[in-house]
Design a protein around this ligand. Structure first.
Ligand code: SAM
Length: 256
């Protein structure tokens, strides 16, 4: 099935995400690196206290869709940091969006960041923290860049329950190595709380997370298919039916 532009826009317009729903679906498809980066960003922002003029680190920003969204919708300044995507490529997208004065692209590894300690008012990481942040010692490095009283928020794909080392049968066929870094909301809470470096304010399975993810995969597939280099998770999500797969969001504050 191939949908018309009108049908695609209709399917991607969600009452729950009024800001993200304004954006051109083709721009999102063209720069996709995972489930709709704008829905994901709006969903995390609901749980954070981001205010105009703040300095925000967007860690693992991919093609900077989330950075553009944050700068445009919340009027914050964004340092858009990514490893797999070159800063020059993101700079072109930022210029096209007319946000050269507020979004600054940086090519860097999350474990070797070129910033002053305490520089950021807030840090976000959308669909990327699980690639580098499951190391027990990572948070102590990461929050150095956050000012006292600032918030750090992550949004990651995750599990709704802890099934231990035995992967459920219906997930086995499509199981990617990356999925070993998926965890439950409780796991993530403990992962940060035990460090005593931050006060966890939110750690939860995103309500209707599976539905959001499924809606994205089905619409993108029906709209003309998967971009080169990306797989579709529609089949495995359908088989799962919301039993195990979903999203986790977590927000914490650095004590003053
Ligand atoms: C699934 S993509 C998501 C990108 C983007 N946030 C989005 O939602 O479209 C994961 C991102 O994590 C980034 N990433 C993975 N490991 C990283 C590391 N060690 N340092 C910086 N970024 C990293 C990759 O460069 C990639 O862009």
């Amino acid at each position: 099935m191939t949908l018309t532009n009108e049908q695609i826009r209709e399917r991607l317009t969600m009452e729950r995400f009024p800001l993200a729903s304004k954006y051109d679906p083709q721009w999102i498809f063209d720069n996709e690196m995972g489930p709709n980066a704008l829905w994901v960003t709006e969903c995390l922002c609901e749980a954070m206290d981001l205010r105009r003029g703040m300095r925000v680190l967007d860690m693992g920003c991919g093609k900077a869709l989330s950075s553009v969204f944050l700068a445009r919708e919340l009027d914050v300044q964004v340092w858009a940091v990514d490893l797999w995507i070159k800063a020059t490529d993101n700079w072109q997208r930022i210029q096209q969006a007319g946000l050269e004065d507020r979004v600054f692209p940086i090519h860097a590894d999350a474990r070797s960041l070129p910033f002053a300690e305490g520089f950021f008012d807030a840090i976000v990481s959308l669909d990327s923290y699980h690639y580098f942040g499951t190391d027990d010692l990572y948070l102590q490095y990461f929050v150095k860049f956050l000012r006292p009283g600032g918030q750090v928020g992550i949004f990651v794909p995750g599990y709704l329950d802890d099934f231990g080392p035995s992967v459920p049968d219906h997930l086995k066929g499509d199981f990617h190595e990356d999925w070993h870094s998926f965890h439950t909301a409780d796991w993530w809470r403990w992962h940060w709380e035990k460090t005593r470096l931050v006060d966890v304010e939110v750690a939860e399975a995103v309500p209707q997370g599976w539905d959001i993810w499924m809606k994205w995969e089905e619409t993108r597939d029906a709209a003309g298919g998967v971009p080169p280099g990306l797989g579709t998770d529609a089949a495995v999500l359908r088989a799962d039916g919301g039993r195990h797969l979903g999203f986790v969001r977590m927000v914490a504050r650095k004590p003053t």
